[in-house]
Design a protein around this ligand. Structure first.
Ligand code: SAH
Ligand code: ZN
Ligand code: ZN
Ligand code: ZN
Ligand code: ZN
Length: 440
């Protein structure tokens, strides 16, 4: 059997339409070293981006030129600037002339109506609709590429209130269009609301609704700004904490194994923040919320040892599993990882969180403080039990297997594989059998 490993962003990597490709290695069992190749950073499905190149492949001048042309041709047909100008014209139209093409996912100007005649379209687009593009646009649910899972209202409100209570005035929204939209629309409606935000996202449809100071077309798997140096500069400007306005970054990336690529990009954003101040930031890290499933905890801590996982369960609107159903609440596996002091992250008591004075953080009500571990050990919101043999707390459904010498599901095969799982990093199973993903 073969496994795929990410070696990360490599200097001098060739580019696909989504910016510099990432270096991977395919290893087959028994073989020492696998062959390395470049593949698209953003699309894990070859159908979405077919870019492929062996690391040691000699690429001819002709092929390089063709590739460059291909990359150019596979950029959006309208520039961000053009979309901003179109928006200005669109809002001048009377309600009766405001159309949105659902098939092309585009605001239409009257001169374009004819071209979209046989497409499904919406009429009478209101200002309120323009202020919530995440409701107007359909969520891209392609699991391997975009995986757009939008925050449920209550999670989005919780996040925004938390950020405000913590005193942040600027929010860098990386792949969080709904949070961005909530901030933007409050800022335009409430005078005393002084939080500002910048959205970085690969979904270019958003450029129809936001200016260059509000949105950058960005790939978080390779830290690529599609708008080049100009876009990079507007991000830098946003990170500069004018008048002591503190910045926090909030990100909710699609999950699926490229943690190291994300971490590498986030470190570059942190460096960008640090460089905006000559003195002052020194050893500090840019405050960050990384929203991700709890089973990635050890992977995230590998890259960001200063982070702590919060117990808060983030809910989504359009995710069958991760939203609370009508009949009581489904448990979402998605959590907030942060480098802020855990005790400052106040979780709502009315949603069943309590403060553990020993751990100095808010935890799920079922998360019991274990006297032996001296910590509130549950990761999934259920009550965990302590195993004296493993010397740690484990899931309630696990049993200690004397053959494997560890706790695991009762139903398991006792043979182990020695390579770590690509998803959770733990030994004992392959990616396809990762218990973390089995319920997604
Ligand atoms: N819960 C968030 C949305 C998270 S879904 C909210 O409600 O605001 C993941 C987001 O990341 C989507 O907006 C998607 O367009 C974006 N995304 C997916 N791949 C990306 C990439 N390679 N670079 C940047 N953003 C990406
Ligand atoms: Zn690509
Ligand atoms: Zn505790
Ligand atoms: Zn314990
Ligand atoms: Zn055990």
């Amino acid at each position: 059997s073969a496994a795929l490993a990410l070696l990360g962003p490599a200097p001098g990597a060739p580019s696909c339409p989504h910016g510099p490709a990432l270096l991977f290695v395919k290893t087959s069992q028994g073989k020492e070293e696998g062959r390395r190749f470049y593949a698209c950073s953003a699309c894990r499905d070859r159908k979405d981006c077919s870019f492929f190149q062996w690391e040691d492949e000699k690429v001819s001048e002709t092929k390089l030129a063709a590739r460059e042309e291909y990359n150019r041709n596979h950029q959006p047909s309208l520039t961000h600037r053009q979309n901003v100008d179109r928006y200005k014209n669109f809002v001048l139209l009377p309600l009766s002339k405001r159309r949105f093409c659902q098939e092309c996912q585009q605001l239409l100007l009257p001169a374009e109506w004819e071209k979209h005649m046989d497409h499904r379209f919406l009429c009478g687009i209101t200002t309120a609709q323009l202020k919530s593009p995440s409701q107007l646009l359909y969520p891209l649910e392609n699991k391997k590429t975009n995986a757009q899972y939008l925050f449920a209202d209550r999670s989005c409100h919780f996040l925004l209130n938390l950020l405000r209570d913590l005193g942040f005035k600027r929010v860098l929204c990386v792949g969080t269009p709904r949070l961005h939209e909530m901030i933007q629309s409050k800022a335009s409606q409430e005078e005393e609301f002084s939080v500002r935000s910048l959205l970085l996202d690969i979904d270019f449809r958003y450029s129809q609704f936001y200016t260059e100071d509000e949105f950058c077309h960005y790939n978080m798997f390779n830290h690529h700004f599609f708008g080049g140096e100009v876009a990079r500069e507007s991000c830098r400007k946003f990170l500069y904490e004018e008048n002591g306005e503190r910045v926090i970054m909030v990100t909710d990336p699609p999950f699926g194994g490229l943690v190291e690529a994300l971490a590498s990009s986030f470190k570059k954003l942190m460096a960008m923040w640090r460089e905006t101040k000559k003195e002052g930031h020194d050893n500090k890290e840019m405050p960050m919320f990384w929203i991700f499933p709890y089973f990635f905890e050890s992977r995230i801590l590998d890259f960001f040892p200063s982070f702590t996982m919060m117990d808060y369960q983030v809910d989504y609107d359009n995710h069958a599993l991760y939203k609370h159903g009508k009949t009581g609440r489904k448990q979402s596996p998605v959590r907030i990882f942060t480098n802020l002091t855990p005790s400052m992250i106040v979780l709502p008591e009315e949603e069943g969180y309590r403060f553990c004075t020993v751990c100095q953080r808010y935890v799920s009500s079922c998360n019991q403080h274990c006297e032996i571990c001296n910590s509130c050990t549950s990761k999934d919101g259920r009550r965990w039990k302590h195993c004296v043999l493993c010397k740690k707390c484990v899931k309630p459904s696990w049993f200690h297997c004397n053959k494997c010498n560890c706790c695991t599901l009762q139903k398991h095969s006792c043979e182990k594989t020695d390579v770590g799982c690509f998803v959770c990093g733990k030994a004992g199973h392959k990616r396809s059998a990762c218990p973390s993903l089995s319920h997604t």
